[in-house]
Design a binder for this molecule. Sequence first.
Ligand code: ZN
Length: 448
Amino acid sequence: MGLLVVRDAEAVLTMDSAGTVLRRQSILIQDNRIVAVGDYGSLVSGFGSPDEVVDGRGKLVLPGFYDMHTHVAMAGFRGLASDVGDVIYRVFWPLERSLDGDTVYRFALLGGLEAVKSGVVLVADHYFFMDHVARALSEVGVRGLLGHTYMDRDGPFTGERELRAGLEFVDRWSGHELVVPVLAPHAPDTVTRENLRYLGELARERNLFLHMHLAQTLREFRVVREETGYTPVRYVERLGLLGRRTIVAHANYVDENEKALLAHSGSLVVQCPSTYMLSGTPFHAYDYWQLGGNVAVGTDAPCYNDNSDFFEEMRLLVYGQRVKFERSSVWRAYDLLEMVTRQSARFVGLDGGYIGRGALADLVLVDLSSVRLRPFLNPYANLVYAASSGDVDTVIVNGRVVVRGKRHLFLDEERVVNQAEAASRILLRRALDEDPELERIIGVDKVI
Ligand SMILES: [Zn+2]
């Protein structure tokens, strides 16, 4: 790759540690790194003419978002679960029993496309048939912190073969330009003590991230307590699973001591507010943040909350916690943006999430021509409280322009949508044949 310039951006939110905002500046990218930020004329005289120019006029540029917990392939289940309770056990597992690699690939292309068009440059994702998800996300062109979900019981795919698949996945995708493979035990109630311990030790030995659900549902809470005598958080803590390389999704059913334990463990606690709010689940993002914990935002699949608009997710995190604490001083818009860019990048160990010399070139250009973004006086507030996925004009990942003019440059979007739609209908039919009870739970007569 040669020189790429984002020229004359109306504003640049650098998200550097000083929170610098620049006006009418350009960003020079060589290969996958930002080389310089400054006046266009001086960049050209210093580095020569660029090979490619992205027009930044009328646009706000900021570092791309890190979606730290999602399952993009679950985009294929959109609309089937949002008004149903206990969806994991009553809807998703029965549907997932009918999955195959090709279906997961088509769903992951759809979910990945939705993510990148929302300004997401990295997804932390674990699921079944994970090679197919990783292939789809590579074609979408986003970074992935990816793991093959492992379960010993209850779920759609369990057992020794799955454990092997998870380990082989790590070997196969190690060293990939955009993928960081991780280990992904599903949750403390679905993986045996022996295998939780084994995966924890393996993660430490090989310096891999561990990505798991924790204290997500009341059912998990009850099962773990009945079988171990401990709550989920205390149980995984005793097994030595928490720490700087552990990503914990949810942590909703916890007491005050467990909140502190998690925050002080250095684990990343990922919060997916739209999922919680839609299902009436309590969440504690602000507590974790105030305790000095590492906190990040996730969309948790486009079927829990029926979209993966990352702006909405940030906004709902603030709204939800302000209602909980009954005060408007819970976070500023800037805090949210910092959390989903520089701080998430730092946790992952990538030199990105900010705009400055040497940083990874992962950028989002937001179209400021939308009426909902004018007047443009406070870029942080406008972004978090007013913008939406539809305002994302251009996305650059690892120095490559992936989305431009609100269209993906390499994927045929219509084809992706049509193929996912067809695969979704086939899967639903298959799942209904296998488990007629689903028809009543989903209320199929109302959705198709
Ligand atoms: Zn999840």
